[in-house]
Design a binder for this molecule. Structure first.
Ligand code: 5GP
Length: 195
C-alpha cells in the first residue's frame, strides 16, 4: 500500500537491523486517516472470505482492526495480555513470546465472543517471528471457528513468521513487506516479488 510505505519512509525510525519504530502513526500516536485506508484495504483483500469476526491483540492491532471491522460490518475482538477482574471464566488462552519486549504473555479472550460458526480474520500490526499470530490462531482453534486468513500492517519479510504461516496454507495479506532494515534504511519488497 503506497500511502503506508511512504509514511513508513517519512516517519519510521530504524532502531536496529531488526526493529522498526512507528510510534508516530501506529504504536503510540494513531493516524486515523491512514488507519481508515488500511481498514478498507484489508476489507477489499478479504472481501470474498466470508469473514464474520476480526480477532486482534491489544493494543496496536486494535486501530486497524476497528477500521477493517467498520468497513466489513463485523465485530472486532481483541485478546488481552493481562488477566482482568472481569475476564476470569470461560477463557481461551495461549502463550505468546513478545519479539520486542522479550517476555512471554498469556493472551486470553472470553469464549463468549468467538463461536464455532465464526469465520475469523486475524489482524496485527507487525509480523516478525509469527508468535503473536500463532497465539491468535491457537485461540481460534480452541473455539472451533474457521480461520479466514491473516492481515498484517507491516511484515518484516526477513524474519521467519510470514513463511511459517504461509507454509501452513494460510492466506497472509501484508500491507507493507520490508525486506531489509540494514544500514538504517527501510527497503520494501518489490511488487513482483510478492506474487
Ligand atoms: P512476532 O510475534 O511475529 O514475532 O512479533 C509480532 C509482534 O511484535 C507485534 O504484535 C508487534 O507488537 C511486535 N513487533 C515485532 N517486530 C516489531 C518491530 O520491528 N517494531 C514494532 N514497533 N513492533 C514489533
Amino acid at each position: 500500500m503506497k500511502s503506508l510505505e511512504s509514511t513508513i519512509l517519512n516517519e519510521g525510525k530504524v532502531l536496529s537491523e531488526t526493529v522498526l519504530k512507528v510510534d508516530s502513526f501506529l504504536n503510540h500516536q494513531i493516524d486515523p486517516k491512514l488507519m481508515k485506508e488500511m481498514g478498507e484495504e484489508f476489507a477489499a483483500r478479504f472481501a470474498d472470505a466470508g469473514v464474520t469476526k476480526i480477532l486482534t491483540l491489544e493494543s496496536s492491532g486494535i486501530a486497524p482492526s476497528v477500521m477493517a471491522g467498520l468497513t466489513m460490518g463485523v465485530p472486532v475482538v481483541f485478546a488481552r495480555k493481562r488477566k482482568s477482574l472481569t475476564l476470569l471464566n470461560n477463557l481461551y488462552s495461549a502463550e505468546v513470546h513478545s519479539f520486542t519486549k522479550k517476555e512471554t504473555n498469556e493472551i486470553s479472550i472470553s469464549s463468549d465472543y468467538i463461536k464455532r460458526d465464526d469465520v475469523v480474520l486475524v489482524i496485527d500490526d507487525f509480523l516478525a517471528n509469527g508468535q503473536a499470530v500463532l497465539g491468535l490462531m491457537d485461540i481460534i482453534e480452541q473455539s472451533g471457528a474457521a480461520l479466514a486468513g491473516v492481515g498484517i500492517v507491516i511484515e518484516k519479510g526477513f524474519q521467519d513468521g510470514g513463511k511459517m504461516v504461509r507454509d501452513k496454507n494460510i492466506r497472509v495479506e501484508s500491507l507493507a513487506i520490508i525486506d531489509s532494515l540494514a544500514d538504517g534504511k527501510v527497503t520494501f519488497r518489490k511488487e513482483e516479488a510478492k506474487k
